[in-house]
Design a protein around this ligand. Structure first.
Ligand code: SF4
Length: 276
């Protein structure tokens, strides 16, 4: 059945997309030429069977994923992420979370974004659990929410700290967290000195304190292809930092349909800052 479904047109398309995915070094305009070159070398019939084999492989691959997801759904329940501004965990929320975890037999994971993720939560109990935690002031991760800055512990808890990172995080959230429907998916990070323990340079918007004020960076990212952020401002005051963050957020909002990392905008001719 699959063999009949691959005709001349979609065979070309399949191969062109594979070349797009795996042969990034080939110039865009030359990718189709490369497909024709492959056809010329092997003949169209062989080329068609190759496309069939590739399609069969991908279909099996995605089917095995679907199976794995179904198994995970059945065996693990769902997750709830409690947002913890500046990584601070209120004691009453901590106590209630432990009580709930014991009662409903779920796990607790300290996430890399400094939040508390409840894992393996029975789906039937989510409403009750959220109500109990909401009554204590807990807020939950959800679409359209402004990202909480990831921060290092800073002053006065670290001997190298030059600023109170919790205070700066609070001031950023006070100014922007009411913003309706923040478009995903940029992140913010703050470090209390140039050592950058909170991996700020791999973050979309990042702020590091030093002896002359703040240095601001933009366009970093982690993941399988990490990028180091560009330095866009040095010796900034806290008010200037907040204004820069606002400019970046507005620019991101204007140029983004639903979600986009900041690095994709950094070379846009209208990007509001130059590297310093
Ligand atoms: S970045 Fe600096 S202030 Fe923050 S934890 Fe690391 S050493 Fe301390």
């Amino acid at each position: 059945m699959l063999a009949q479904s691959v005709n001349e047109d979609n065979a070309l398309l399949i191969m062109e997309n594979i070349i797009k995915l795996y042969c990034k070094k080939i110039e865009h305009g030359k990718k189709r030429q490369r497909v024709f070159h492959i056809i010329e070398k092997m003949g169209f019939d062989k080329f068609k069977s190759l496309c069939n084999a590739i399609m069969t492989y991908f279909i099996r691959f995605f089917d095995s994923f679907k199976g794995a997801y179904k198994m995970a759904d059945k065996s693990t329940g769902v997750s709830i992420t409690i947002l913890l501004p500046a990584g601070r965990l209120p004691l009453d929320v901590m106590k209630a979370t432990q009580d709930l975890a014991e009662k409903y037999n779920f796990g607790i994971y300290l996430s890399l974004s400094q939040n508390l993720r409840l894992i393996n939560v029975p789906e039937s109990e989510v409403k009750k659990i959220k109500e109990k935690l909401t009554a204590l002031g807990a807020d939950f991760k959800g679409p359209g929410k402004f990202p909480l800055p990831r921060i290092c512990v800073g002053k006065p808890h670290c001997s190298l700290g030059m600023v109170d990172t919790e205070k700066l995080s609070r001031n950023i959230l006070a100014r922007f967290s009411k913003k309706e429907k923040t478009k995903a998916k940029f992140k913010i990070a703050i470090s209390g000195c140039p050592v950058c323990c909170s991996w700020i340079k791999n973050t979309d918007i990042s702020i590091a304190a030093d002896s002359d004020g703040y240095t601001v960076y933009a366009g970093g990212k982690g993941g399988p292809k990490p990028r180091t952020a560009k330095k866009i401002k040095i010796n900034a005051t806290e008010d200037e930092v907040l204004d820069i963050v606002e400019t970046l957020i507005n620019f991101h909002d204007k140029k983004t349909k639903t979600k986009q990392r900041m690095y994709k905008l950094i070379d846009d001719p209208d990007f509001p800052f130059s590297a310093v």
